[in-house]
Design a protein around this ligand. Structure first.
Ligand code: COA
Length: 369
């Protein structure tokens, strides 16, 4: 018997993050503690090294990330040459794959080189997303500022002005919450790819492709589309009842592993409440809460990480189709950590399929078919 969707299959051992009894930890530290206290850079170090950085190690990581944040002119030219109307995730997938062509260490499989490439990928992914957005808006690309952290730099490169502290803090917390999540679909895709001993860029390109889909990272964009379609809290009841009657999935709800709620959602819910009130657009939060109450009571499905992150990102002034690329900016840390771990103790990942096709079939010559 096959396990459809590999449900319940333990396909790897990992010491990067765990989901045990509905509790998510990164290297054993509860996500709640990290969301309250850690910076995204501390989490990046934690995922790569299995422990929190000391002050000098954190300073060095920040310096390395800042020094590697620029992207080659050729990649900017590639972004400029991208046909209009493409989804930023498709552009990101292409641009990250292209970055490999400009990395002289792309094929060096030593741990040291792979760690350096992980730094480059983490440093550059936000630059690519922001640069593409500026280009499609017909604006000048903004170079990264060497004094800024990842969250601050992303908002700065996106908008061309220094972001407010509250926006930096909110994005930083969102990045912490999305950084890793055990053997989710995109991380699995990355591990499958590099388990053939292919390079880290190939693994990340696979991961971005997997994250793009609406059942995975693409859900946060779909949630915002739903909120915009509903428009007003007064319309929630009719809209949700109709969708449930049509057996249409409500984006941002349900999870393969959590059946009793996603521990990340409560942090994003709080952030959504605060940010939507500051921006004077509380309707996004109110609608979200109404949808949450209805889907929870009628379907027994709880919101996942993507549900409240939609109104959080919207409140930060981020366009809807950049929500999933922001997920990718954060998850780059987890993907690269998993790739490094896979290389450390590699075996080809090659499951079997249960064959359900015809048997004893025969070749029929073309003229007799
Ligand atoms: C996350 C998800 C892909 C998990 O999928 P899964 O473990 O394969 O679960 P299934 O899709 O088999 O769902 C099991 C049942 O719950 C229902 N269900 C699951 N998620 C639902 C949702 N968001 N809205 C309505 N019904 C849902 C399914 O229709 C199915 O019902 P059925 O048994 O009557 O056919 C799924 O819950 C989903 O599609 N959610 C919406 C997309 C999303 O938010 N993704 C981000 C995940 S972090």
């Amino acid at each position: 018997m096959s396990a459809k969707g590999l449900e319940g299959i333990v396909a790897a051992q990992s010491s990067i993050s765990s989901i045990i009894d509905g509790v998510l930890t990164y290297a054993g530290i509860n996500i709640d503690e990290l969301a309250e206290n850690a910076s995204f850079e501390e989490v990046v170090y934690l995922l790569w090294h299995g422990r929190l950085p000391k002050a000098d190690e954190l300073a060095q990581l920040k310096k390395d990330l800042a020094e590697n944040a620029t992207i080659p002119e050729d990649v900017i030219a590639l972004l400029k040459a991208s046909p209009e109307g493409n989804h930023p995730m498709a552009v990101l997938r292409t641009a990250i794959s292209a970055l490999a062509l400009y990395d002289p260490e792309a094929q060096d499989m030593s741990r040291e080189a792979n760690l350096r490439k992980a730094i480059r990928l983490q440093a550059k992914v936000g630059t690519v997303v922001a640069a593409y957005h500026r280009i499609r808006e017909g604006k000048e690309v903004v170079a990264p500022c060497p004094d800024f952290g990842l969250a601050q730099n992303f908002l700065y490169m996106l908008n061309g002005e220094e972001p407010k502290q509250i926006a930096i803090d909110a994005l930083d917390t969102a990045l912490v919450l999305h950084a890793d999540h055990e053997l989710n679909a995109s991380t699995f895709a990355a591990r499958v790819t590099v388990a053939t001993l292919s390079d880290i860029y190939s693994g990340i390109t696979s991961a971005i492709g997997a994250l793009k889909g609406p059942l995975h990272g693409g859900a946060n964009e779909a949630v915002m589309a739903m909120l915009e379609e509903i428009k007003d809290p007064a319309n929630v009841e009719e809209y949700i009842n109709e969708k449930l009657a049509q057996k249409v999935k409500i984006m941002g709800f349900g999870h393969r592993v959590y059946k009793d709620g996603d521990p990340r959602a409560k942090h994003l819910r709080k952030m959504s409440e605060k940010l939507t009130s500051i921006t004077g657009q509380p309707q996004w939060y109110e609608m979200s809460v109404k949808i949450d109450d209805m889907v929870t009571s009628k379907k027994g499905l709880k919101p996942n990480v993507d549900f409240y992150s939609a109104s959080v990102y919207h409140s930060l002034g981020i366009p809807r189709d950049l929500f999933t690329p922001i997920f990718a900016i954060s998850r780059m840390s987890g993907w690269t950590a998993h790739i490094l771990e896979q290389y450390e103790n590699n075996r080809l990942i090659r499951p079997r399929a249960e064959y359900v096709g015809p048997v004893n079939a025969h070749y029929v010559p073309l003229e007799e078919r």
